[in-house]
Design a protein around this ligand. Structure first.
Ligand code: NAD
Length: 268
C-alpha cells in the first residue's frame, strides 16, 4: 500500500486493541491516517497500538468506550471531532462470540452478541454519518464525504450451528450495511463490509491452536492457509481509500475461498 494513501484522513477503529482491529488501526496509520484506537478493556494493549501508530508520524490516541452504549459512542465520535478536527473513516470492527447450542443459549448470551455486533455497528455508523454529512466532501482529502466499513464475517451468509446469536448478528450486519449504503450514497458516503473467513486472533483460538484443529479448519479453506489479521487490515485500507471510490454497498469476502462451499469440490 502506498504510504500516503490515506494522508490527512482521520479514522476511528473499534475494538482496536486486539486481533483484526489492532492490525487495521496500525495499517491505517501506516497509510497516513490519524487513528482513534477504541477499546473496552485492556488499556495497556491499546497504549501499545497507539505508540506503534505514532511511529508512522501520524496522530493517535486510545479511547475507552463500549460500542453497545449509546452515550459512549456519541462521546467517542465527538471527542474525535474535537481532537482531530473530523472523522473520515469509521471501522466498526468490535465483536464477540457467546457460543451455545440453541436450547442452552440464554437470553443474556443472545442479547450481548446482538448488542455489541449489530447495535454497536448501528451506533458507530450513525454517529460517523452525522459528522460526514456535517462536513461534506473535502476534495483534497477524499472523493467521498466519509467511509463506513462494517466488519462482518463469512457467517453473514454461511449458517453456523451452535452460534445462532453470532450468525444472526452478522447476517444483520449485511443488511445494515446495504441499507445504509443505499441511504447514504447520495451524501457521497460509502458504506461497505469486509467479511473475514478464519483469521488467527483471540476470538477463535481453539479453531487453529492445535495441529488437529488447524487441519480440520483447512478443509474449509480452498486456498490452504488460515488468514492473518494483516490480510483483513490491508483490505480495509483499500476499501477506505479512493482507489475503491466507486465501491458502494459491497461485501468484500477476505476468506481464502471459504465462501466457495469447498465441500462441493468433491461432493454434491
Ligand atoms: P478479537 O477478540 O481479537 O477482537 C475483538 C475486539 O472487540 C477486542 O478488542 C474486544 O475488546 C473488542 N470488543 C468486544 N466487545 C466490545 C465492546 N462492547 N466495545 C468495544 N470493543 C469491544 O477478535 P477479532 O477476530 O479481531 O474480531 C474482530 C472482528 O472481526 C469481530 O467483529 C469479529 O466478529 C470479526 N471476525 C473475525 C474472524 C476471525 O476469524 N478472527 C472471522 C470473521 C469475522
Amino acid at each position: 500500500m502506498p504510504a500516503d494513501l490515506l494522508k490527512g484522513q482521520k479514522a476511528v477503529v473499534t475494538g482496536a486493541n486486539s486481533g483484526i482491529g489492532m492490525a487495521t488501526a496500525v495499517a491505517l496509520g501506516r497509510a497516513g491516517a490519524d487513528v482513534v484506537v477504541n477499546y473496552v478493556a485492556g488499556a495497556d494493549d491499546a497504549g501499545e497500538v497507539v505508540e506503534r501508530i505514532r511511529g508512522f508520524g501520524v496522530r493517535a490516541y486510545a479511547h475507552e468506550a463500549d460500542v453497545s452504549d449509546e452515550d459512549q459512542v456519541v462521546e467517542m465520535v465527538a471527542r474525535a471531532v474535537r481532537e482531530l478536527g473530523t472523522v473520515d473513516i469509521m471501522v466498526a470492527n468490535a465483536g464477540l462470540q457467546r457460543d451455545s447450542p440453541l436450547t442452552g443459549m440464554t437470553l443474556a448470551q443472545w442479547q450481548k452478541v446482538i448488542d455489541v455486533n449489530l447495535t454497536g455497528q448501528f451506533l458507530c455508523a450513525r454517529e460517523a454519518a452525522k459528522e460526514f454529512m456535517r462536513r461534506g466532501v473535502v476534495p483534497e482529502v477524499s472523493r467521498a464525504a466519509g467511509k463506513i466499513i462494517c466488519m462482518s464475517s463469512v457467517h453473514q451468509i454461511i449458517p453456523w450451528a451452535g452460534h445462532v446469536n453470532y450468525a444472526s448478528s452478522k447476517g444483520g450486519v449485511g443488511m445494515l450495511m446495504q441499507t445504509l449504503a443505499q441511504e447514504l450514497a447520495p451524501h457521497r458516503i460509502r458504506v461497505n463490509a469486509v467479511a473475514p473467513g478464519a483469521i488467527r486472533t483471540p476470538i477463535n483460538t481453539s479453531a487453529w491452536n492445535t495441529p488437529q484443529a488447524e487441519a480440520e479448519l483447512l478443509k474449509l479453506i480452498p486456498y490452504g492457509r488460515v488468514g492473518d489479521p494483516d490480510d483483513i487490515a490491508d483490505a480495509v485500507v483499500a476499501v477506505a481509500s479512493d482507489l475503491l471510490d466507486y465501491v458502494v454497498g459491497t461485501t468484500l469476502y477476505v476468506d481464502g475461498g471459504m465462501t466457495l462451499f469447498p465441500g462441493f469440490a468433491t461432493g454434491g
